[in-house]
Write a protein that binds this ligand. Structure first.
Ligand code: EPU
Length: 337
């Protein structure tokens, strides 16, 4: 545990934005975390995990606390299921691979999502028909001011589409330190309905499907259209898929018969933001080093030296254009700081 000053955050955010933290400190255990929270009791601190869901638009004057706690453990294992505890600082995809190595099912559809385990409940990460909440049991968290430890059960977390209590009522109050998952040991509930997965599995021609096969298919799909943050800075989906009224959808469908959609309920429909941006002619658009990804319009990318402000300006252009063309407001999914 070492306090560093005037510290570049370039390697700590997947957009690769080069802003400075006035003070930076990494913690590797719960005790260190508690110690730092006590020491900086009077100051506001800025917590960073995998840095995969944020756009840094300016230097950070708060002390940056990097959660780097490691550890994963199977705490219970029987004929049907396993309970697994994981420390917040574990990399998400490495954790998914570890569960597959241990023959556990449940996380295969969430392969290759950037970020850390501790931040996964905050926005209820999801992909290819599975959301974190489907395998989540509980998480432990520490209150930033009182240092009280609290366990949040699934029903406490108020999970929704890219939503949880940690993003809303309790925003900024708790630091998640550990997450508990319930996974399958056999009779895995494989989710293969998602179109792209079905197609990919057909190519792989497998007789008896295992979670690892789904993971392979997901990795292949993601690699074919989502940029690897190590090669091209990005934060995954920059916008949420907007949810609109059915009446508005029907009007849009008159003009755009091919508009894709997912029904939410009788009154609401979700439209892929990627499609709206693509149809607005912005896929592959680039201004200096800030761009809309060539293969998936929902992802904004940093070609090298874009500033957070450049990416933010680009995101505003995307929002304005989509609003003009479709009358729909796009909301950022990433946290803008
Ligand atoms: N589409 C286009 N052009 C594009 C991109 C998409 O026309 O440039 C169309 C596709 O053809 C398809 C539809 O939009 O009909 C949906 O696209 P896709 O299946 O790629 O999924 P998405 O809605 O764009 C969501 C998540 C992703 C997740 C995928 C797969 C959100 C905001 N994003 O994307 O999550 O991987 O589904 O389940 O819900 C992330 O959060 O970082 C992320 C990548």
């Amino acid at each position: 545990m070492r306090l560093q000053t005037n510290f570049s955050l370039k390697d700590y955010n997947t957009f690769g934005i080069d802003v400075k933290a006035k003070q930076f400190i990494g913690v590797e255990s719960f005790e260190e975390l508690k110690h730092v929270l006590k020491r900086f009791y009077t100051e506001e601190i800025f917590v960073i995990g995998g840095g995969s869901n944020m756009l840094l638009t300016q230097d950070v004057s708060k002390t940056v606390l990097h959660i780097n706690t490691k550890g994963k453990r199977i705490v219970e294992h029987n004929d049907n299921q396993a309970i697994v505890d994981v420390e917040a600082g574990e990399n998400w995809h490495e954790f998914v691979c570890w569960t597959l190595d241990n023959g556990l099912g449940g996380l295969e559809n969430l392969s290759l999502i950037p970020g850390n385990v501790g931040t996964s409940p905050i926005q209820n990460i999801g992909a290819y028909g599975v959301e974190l909440k489907d395998v989540f049991v509980s998480c432990e968290a520490i209150h930033r001011q009182t240092l009280d430890k609290k366990t949040f059960l699934k029903e406490d977390c108020k999970f929704g589409y890219r939503q949880s209590i940690f993003k809303n009522e309790l925003k900024g109050q708790y630091i998640i330190t550990k997450v508990r998952f319930k996974l399958t040991t056999k009779n895995h509930h494989l989710k293969t309905e998602y179109g792209a997965i079905k197609d990919e599995l057909k190519n792989l021609k497998i007789d008896k499907l295992r979670p690892r096969d789904i993971s392979r298919a997901v990795i292949k799909i993601r690699q074919s259209k989502l940029p690897d943050p190590k090669e091209l800075g990005n934060s995954g989906s920059f916008f949420k898929n907007p949810i609109i009224a059915v009446s508005k959808y029907q009007a849009l469908k008159q003009q755009h018969p091919n508009i894709p959609s997912y029904k939410i309920d009788e009154n609401l429909i979700k439209i892929p933001a990627g499609w709206l941006i693509d149809q607005s002619g912005l896929k592959g658009y680039r201004k200096a080093d800030a761009g809309v990804h060539k293969k998936q319009a929902l992802v904004l990318v940093n070609y090298g030296s874009a500033s957070g402000q450049d990416i933010l300006n680009l995101s505003k252009k995307v929002q304005d254009t989509v609003k003009q063309n479709f009358g729909i407001d796009l909301e950022a999914e990433v946290n803008i700081i």
